[in-house]
Write a protein that binds this ligand. Structure first.
Ligand code: PMP
Length: 380
């Protein structure tokens, strides 16, 4: 198998899986219980929380464990909008966000909030600062702009957004960092947003785990009510082994960051050179600032779904658009938001790399793609 779909999910390493098994046995106690097993779990949970906060050097931030980035995004968008609605009801996001962000904003519109959706720039694949500046209003209370786009790898101008917002101290800036945990962004970027969402299975942890980080001075309205766990922001018995494994996978991701980054850069540029030498067949969707973990291109004359299926038959796993929308056979909303032609937006392929991929795999991918292109010449 050649796995070029790490942005959908990563394969947990044996080290992570054994760690999970080990801590599941050791910290079986309910962190709410008033006995020794409960105290052990509480202490372990608080250590996992501290470790995560320290990994990003965000000592002035709180960490709430969630079931993933979908929940973290929902919690941040709902939570801050409702909590601070007395200040105003205007919210801003971009059309390139993940559905867990976009659909939450669409829901808030029905609840009486006013939302501005910024388009993406065709060259950078990210929002234009001028559009954001024009959208800001007296009653704007909350902005959500992702760090790295999950389909194209475009990097958002987070420093410039922070700079612009310095004249608007009351606006809360949330960023979906799901594709950006130790993926080569300068570490100083973590402290630019007021709140950040993460999902463990995107950095080597397990599905169903994630967290929201946010400045300690901020407060949220919860999404769910109950026993008051996680500072009353996320009631429900806490998955302590899950939290510990998330912290452990994050530590490993940080340790491998440099090595992984150099590796995927080589792989990506190797494939990009091939695509650029066949421009009659492929259109590369590359932003000026692109994360090397992702590569997105369209076929000029072929259906990407046919190619993805054929590649899968040869043991090469890639995505057409993102896993969250790929079953709908629709054009990529991210590429459409960049103003890309609908047929091209329907026929894009996303490759996403991991530290264990090799140049030999990239070579095999190119050879297979060449063969398929010739074989499928009359079929799509
Ligand atoms: N945001 C982005 C940018 C993503 O790529 C994903 C996963 N595809 C999510 C949010 C949601 O993550 P999860 O499905 O783990 O909740």
């Amino acid at each position: 198998m050649i796995y070029f779909d790490h942005a959908s999910t990563t394969i947990s390493s044996s080290a992570v899986l054994s760690y999970y098994q080990e801590v599941s046995k050791e910290y079986f106690g309910n962190s709410g219980s008033l006995h020794k097993a409960g105290f052990l779990s509480t202490n372990a949970l608080e250590k996992a929380r501290r470790d995560i906060i320290n990994s990003f050097s965000l000592k002035d931030y709180s960490c709430v464990f969630t079931s993933g980035a979908t929940e973290a995004n929902n919690l941040a968008i709902h939570g801050f909008s409702y909590r601070y609605q007395a200040r105003g009801k205007h919210l801003i996001t971009s059309l390139g966000e993940h559905p867990s962000v976009l659909e939450t904003f669409r829901h808030l519109e029905k609840e009486g909030f006013d939302v501005t959706y910024l388009p993406l720039d065709s060259k950078t694949g990210a929002i234009r600062l001028t559009d954001l500046k024009d959208a800001l209003r007296e009653d704007t209370i909350f902005i959500s702009i992702m760090a790295i786009n999950n389909e194209t790898g475009a990097i958002s101008p987070l420093e410039e957004i922070r700079e612009l917002l310095s004249s608007y101290p009351k606006i809360i800036f949330h960023s979906d960092f799901t594709q950006a945990a130790f993926k080569g962004l300068p570490h100083s970027f973590y402290s630019l947003p007021d709140a950040l969402s993460f999902s463990a299975h995107k950095f080597g942890g397990q599905k169903g785990h994630g967290f929201l980080l946010f400045r300690k001075k901020l407060f949220l309205e919860p999404l769910q009510y109950g026993g008051g766990q996680e500072f009353s922001y996320r009631s429900g018995t806490v998955d302590v082994p899950g939290a510990l494994t998330t912290a452990y996978a994050l530590k490993l991701a940080k340790e491998y960051e440099q090595e992984g980054y150099q590796n995927v850069r080589k792989i990506r540029s190797f494939i990009v050179s091939y695509l650029l030498s066949h421009q009659e067949e492929y259109v590369l969707h590359e932003g000026e600032k692109n994360c090397p973990y992702l590569l997105n291109f369209s076929f000029q004359k072929k259906k990407s779904s046919v190619i993805a299926e054929a590649l899968s038959g040869k043991g090469i796993y890639v995505s057409t658009v993102s896993a969250c929308s790929s079953k709908k056979e629709e054009a990529s909303t991210v590429l459409l938001a960049m103003g890309i032609d609908k047929e091209l937006a329907k026929n894009s392929l996303r490759l996403s790399f991991g530290k264990e991929n090799t140049l030999d795999e990239a070579q095999f991918f190119i050879e297979t793609l060449e063969k398929l292109r010739k074989e499928l010449i009359n079929r799509s």
